[in-house]
Design a protein around this ligand. Structure first.
Ligand SMILES: [Zn+2]
Length: 346
């Protein structure tokens, strides 16, 4: 299959769907029914299970201080798209009162294990599916429609992450009404930080020459982000199979990079790729290989080990590599609103 032709198709599709997603995003209102089920109110601290680290961090910001136990399932630095839970994860899942997953078909094996071990009255809440309807999903080169897996990376787009937090607040308030005021307070403080991050990214983006606001990434984690901030995703390198592209694809990609005039191409820390290095070397374009979509910075307990810290890092990396000024981002306080006591498997 000709990569350039496939990419062009993917691009056209992205353009159309992006416009769609954009107008839909503007009109998204808080859901009356998040689809996560009522659950039953409990008179004790909650046991919460989560999947990927950014969702764990968002949940920890809302649940913090309530005495809840929060346990992540997907170890940081692994490929969350192909992750298979260990049999021992069943114990975490069967203890949980609520299991927050991303949805959009990101964590099917974990969801299956959760369903098989769900205790009476417990609920599985798909935060991504709760805030976005299927007609708003973005499909593209790495996540083609025929594969049935939409691009699941909603959390790299701050307004959507804020909606995740809102769903978490609402679900936790139903299950633990005693702490509803605390969850509301945590949400308000967290939402303020998300808004500050969003405003800083808008400021920083404005310093990048408009023609340079183009993203060519290895792992395609910025589809919804790009719609929101006005970047053009000119392509993604990682095939939907998560294999490396073929030599012919690479040759075509080199042509595409030369023609696009991009100043940098972005790799993923979770998916080291010699191919990107080769493309960078042959085109003379800067190759930045440190973006990360679900692997938080540093170690659990560290100041930047948070969704806020992760996003600030990615955004500042992109802005600087594309010739912009990231100082609005660098001065942000990205500390959590409450101490994060979640368990992050490593
Ligand atoms: Zn990803």
């Amino acid at each position: 299959m000709n990569f350039v032709r496939r990419s062009a198709v993917a691009l056209v599709l992205l353009g159309t769907l992006s416009a769609c997603a954009n107008s839909a995003q503007q009109s998204v209102t808080p859901l009356q029914n998040d689809g996560c089920g009522a659950g039953s109110a409990l008179e004790r601290p909650l046991n919460i299970a989560t999947t990927v680290a950014p969702i764990t961090s968002i949940v920890a910001n809302i649940a913090g201080g309530s005495g809840a136990t929060i346990t992540g399932i997907v170890p940081e630095g692994t490929n969350s798209h192909t992750f298979e839970p260990k049999p021992s994860d069943a114990a975490t899942l069967e203890n949980a009162d609520v299991i927050f997953i991303n949805g959009l078909v990101l964590e099917e094996p974990t969801k299956d294990l959760a369903l098989a071990n769900l205790k009476d009255g417990a609920i599985i809440c798909e935060v991504g599916s709760a805030i976005l309807s299927p007609d708003q999903y973005i499909y593209d080169f790495s996540f083609p429609q025929e594969g049935g897996k939409p691009n699941p990376h909603l959390w790299t787009n701050p307004p959507m992450a804020k909606q995740y937090a809102q769903v978490v607040r609402d679900v936790l308030s139903r299950l633990d009404p005693t702490h509803a005021d605390l969850f509301a307070q945590n949400y308000a403080a967290f939402a303020e930080k998300i808004d500050a991050l969003d405003a800083a990214m808008i400021t920083a983006t404005a310093t990048i020459p408009e023609a340079q606001r183009k993203l060519l990434t290895y792992h395609d984690a910025y589809a919804y982000f790009s719609v929101h901030y006005g970047y053009t995703v000119i392509g993604a390198i990682q095939p939907s199979s998560f294999d490396e592209p073929t030599p012919k694809d690479i040759a075509n990609l080199i042509t595409q990079v030369r023609e696009s005039g991009v100043t940098a191409i972005f790799g993923s820390e979770v998916f080291p790729s010699p191919v990107l290095e080769q493309i960078g070397a042959e085109t003379g374009v800067r190759y930045v290989d440190v973006l990360r979509d679900d692997d938080l910075l540093g170690e659990p307990g560290g100041a930047e080990h948070s969704w806020l810290g992760l996003m600030r890092f990615d955004y500042a990396t992109m802005v600087e590599a594309l010739g912009g000024d990231a100082s609005a981002l660098k001065t942000l306080d990205v500390s959590d609103v409450v101490k994060d006591t979640a368990t992050y498997p490593q």
